[in-house]
Write a new protein. Structure first.
Length: 237
């Protein structure tokens, strides 16, 4: 599927819910309790649920991409509109540190394939961010895009003001995978959660540790967990 291509699928059967277990699967990271986050079911707002799916893995069928796909395909069966952005197929630069987004414009001044992704975050209800962890951080494709999100932050604010340029009420689903033991990269998870909260997202995480390097690694438990989280967030259950 080409970058930015929309897709919807027909309703399918449900998968069982998998509870959070220490070191993996679904949990909500400690974060903000700001009142701007709505408790109303997203699917009950009377408008089409929009999900932006940012795929950081360099492998089309890598473990993080497969888990993200389980989330978005489940959400699509309940009527959500999904737009996929496989970063490895796109042409874009990392942040240039020019600060043009704060001195000359209110959005990133670079114009490339990342521009549409950044623009579409303004209208998305849910943003899915997925990536493998390589050498103590997310892969380069994901990190380069994430740095560009600096343009979503306001720097001309008082301490009591919201720092994000994004509208309130959005949810971020952060999916990270790695081959090390559970807990080995908690610092990576916590750092990205903290940054996503700075952008105003309510963050949900799904971390898959201890995976094999082989492409056919069994990740069924995480696929089920991603599907369960999708049903929870669209309030389909």
């Amino acid at each position: 599927m080409a970058p930015g291509r929309h897709r919807r699928v027909s309703r399918a059967g449900r998968l069982p819910t998998i509870p959070w277990k220490n070191g993996g699967l679904v949990r909500t990271m400690p974060g903000t309790n700001r009142s701007c986050f709505s408790t109303e079911p997203l699917s009950a707002k009377g408008t089409l649920l929009i999900i932006v799916n940012i795929l950081g893995s360099p492998r089309k069928n890598g473990t993080s991409a497969r888990i993200a796909r389980a989330f978005t395909e489940t959400a699509a069966t309940y009527g959500a509109a999904i737009t996929d952005y496989p970063l490895n197929t796109m042409q874009y630069r990392g942040c240039q540190g020019c600060e043009g987004c704060h001195t000359r414009a209110e959005r990133c001044v670079l114009r490339d394939d990342a521009t549409t992704v950044l623009d579409n975050l303004y209208s998305a209800d849910i943003a899915v961010f997925s990536a493998p962890v390589y050498f103590g951080d997310t892969c380069g494709q994901f990190k380069s895009f994430f740095d560009r999100m600096w343009s979503l932050i306001r720097t001309d604010i008082r301490d009591d003001e919201d720092s994000s340029r994004l509208p309130h009420g959005k949810i971020a689903v952060l999916i990270l995978t790695h081959v090390d033991a559970a807990g080995a990269h908690n610092d990576v998870v916590e750092r990205y959660v903290r940054n996503l909260e700075l952008y105003g997202f309510e963050v949900r995480t799904l971390v898959a540790p201890g995976l094999r390097l082989q492409p056919n690694t069994d990740i069924d438990a995480y696929l089920h967990a991603a599907a369960a989280l999708a049903r929870e967030l669209v309030r389909a259950e």
